[in-house]
Design a protein around this ligand. Structure first.
Ligand SMILES: Cc1cc2nc3c(=O)[nH]c(=O)nc-3n(C[C@H](O)[C@H](O)[C@H](O)COP(=O)(O)OP(=O)(O)OC[C@H]3O[C@@H](n4cnc5c(N)ncnc54)[C@H](O)[C@@H]3O)c2cc1C
Ligand code: FES
Ligand code: FES
Length: 479
């Protein structure tokens, strides 16, 4: 019988905190600003979009202590058990002076009204610790989730470059105190299930399965980048809520000759390196999902489990032939990912079951893949249409085709007529033109404020044309 603990413990800047009086829906931002009066962390959108609330959260991962930027507005307190929360106040020097990242922002005139500034400083601080001389691309990625409406980004980019000149991260307290923080966080971990204020933190993955049996109506919360908004925007009750973000056993990302297996709890950031190693064509696509803070929190498992027709990972994973692994206290089962999506809001998930992992087989010889996302903005925007397209070409003939779309139907869905237009045909422009025409018969998309039905149909057709334009050219160049 698992022993339970009835408090969460974490480090807040330099102090240890133990809390019994915490509810499943309590957010870190409210705790910081209301309970602790740490008002340097700002509230802008309360939905993970603007980055004004950016803080760092350190946690003990397999490889040691890692610090990541997160949005405090959609980060639930219960998920902080065993973590180190670092706010803008912690950057104050021993003499009360500015941190060198803040100094760089002052020197480069990186702040006007200042509302976005603490969040931007926290993102640049995280970047400075990761990369001593960041490229413009790295700076852009670090700032994807930080909105500044008045200064403009040029001075902020200059500040990011200048910080590297002012000092090295090795002398920063977060580096110097690494061993002490690691020891303090390790001491907090007692392998017990935590139950507090309607929040349940299972002891391990087996206990997660047990907790699902104990609380069959519970809300599962991984990165909370969807569920957070149910609370902050819809005021929806979420208790009882089973939190999974602390379960390292659910965060494994394993690459072998046969497959890439991504644990349901692995964040986009954690999965990225191996994913891009196995499927280099996904590097750009992956960086189009949300912004840095949300990718540090949000999981592939959550993106699949929520069943959204506009989630970015299902189309590309279906096209790659991914298999979904489900688990419950009664056992495990697997199914092709495409079969998981039954209808709008309806997935093949039985009571007590949860998503354990998604596994992508390594492509066979002759397989060519691509993934496309079309949205109004390049960064931090929800998809209008997304597609994963995969074909196998043998001796110039397309022998297999899988094209899956998001934003075109009530679920992520394959374009079977377009696929049929490709299979058995030559790998040439005429085949992809036929697929582009056929995809109009595959779907009857909706019009909404993101895109009209006509626009979505045109984009879907053009994705086949783009596939040929890119892959045909690549093939010609290789000959
Ligand atoms: C600012 C912002 C930008 C975003 N941009 C994008 C984007 O560009 N593309 C995109 O696709 N999405 C985007 N999202 C949505 C969200 O980030 C993703 O859907 C994310 O993958 C959800 O993962 P999560 O771990 O945060 O899920 P959570 O919010 O924790 O959970 C989501 C759902 O999955 C369920 N769930 C979680 N884990 C499991 C499990 N193991 N088994 C069963 N059910 C489970 C939860 O109960 C819930 O129903 C964005 C969100 C925000 C706030
Ligand atoms: S307040 Fe805007 S991201 Fe949190
Ligand atoms: S300085 Fe005003 S929003 Fe950035």
């Amino acid at each position: 019988m698992t022993q339970h603990r009835d408090e969460i413990r974490f480090l807040l800047n330099g102090a240890e905190v133990a809390l019994r009086d915490v509810q499943a829906q309590d957010t870190l931002l409210d705790h910081l600003r209301i309970a602790k009066r740490l008002t340097g962390t700002k509230e802008g959108c309360a939905e993970g979009d603007c980055g004004a609330c950016t803080v760092l959260v350190g946690r003990l991962a397999e490889g040691g202590l890692v610090y990541e930027t997160v949005n405090a507005c959609i980060r639930f307190m219960a998920s902080l058990d065993g973590c180190h929360v670092v706010t803008i106040e912690h950057l104050r020097g021993a003499d009360g002076g500015l941190h060198l990242v803040q100094q760089a922002m002052v020197d480069q005139h990186g702040s006007q009204c200042g509302f976005c500034t603490p969040g931007i400083v926290m993102s640049l601080y995280a970047l400075w610790m990761q990369s001593a001389a960041p490229s413009d691309e790295e700076i852009g990625v670090a700032l994807q989730g930080n909105l500044c409406r008045c200064t403009g980004y040029e001075p902020i980019f200059k500040a990011a470059r200048a910080a590297a000149e002012l000092g090295k991260p090795e002398a920063d307290p977060l580096f110097v105190e690494r061993a002490e923080v690691t020891a303090a966080l390790s001491k907090m971990q007692d392998s017990k299930r935590v139950e507090v204020g309607g929040a349940i933190l299972p002891a391990d993955v087996a206990d997660f399965a047990q907790a699902m049996q104990d609380y069959p109506d519970a809300t599962i919360i991984a990165g909370a980048t969807d569920v957070g908004l149910w609370v902050t925007k819809m005021m929806k009750p979420i208790a009882p809520a089973i939190f999974t973000g602390h379960l390292n056993g659910l965060r494994n990302v394993a690459l072998s000759d046969r497959s890439l297996k991504i644990g349901a709890g692995a964040s986009y950031s954690e999965a990225e390196a191996q994913l891009v190693r196995a499927f280099p064509h996904l590097a750009d696509y992956w960086s189009r999902i949300a912004g840095w803070q949300v990718r540090n929190m949000g999981t592939v498992g959550g993106n699949i489990a929520n069943g959204s027709p506009i989630g970015d990972t299902p189309p590309v994973l279906i096209a790659l032939g991914a298999v979904l692994h489900l688990r419950s206290a009664k056992g495990q089962r697997s199914l092709p990912l495409e079969d998981y999506f039954i209808d709008y809001g309806k997935q093949d998930l039985q009571a007590g079951e949860f998503v354990e992992a998604v596994e992508i087989p390594m492509p066979e010889a002759g397989v060519i893949n691509a993934a496309y996302k079309v949205s109004k903005r390049r960064d931090e925007d929800i998809t209008a249409v997304a597609a994963g397209i995969s074909v196998r070409v043998v001796d110039g003939i397309i022998t297999q085709a899988c094209a899956a779309f998001g934003g075109m139907a009530a679920t992520p869905k394959r374009a079977k007529l377009a696929e049929a237009a490709l299979v058995g045909k030559g790998f040439g422009q005429a085949s992809f033109e036929a697929a582009a025409e056929a995809v109009a018969r595959d779907f009857s998309p909706l019009s909404d404020w993101r895109a009209s039905a006509e626009y979505r149909s045109m984009v879907a057709a053009n994705m086949f044309r783009r596939f040929w334009a890119e892959q045909g050219a690549a093939q010609e160049a290789a000959q």
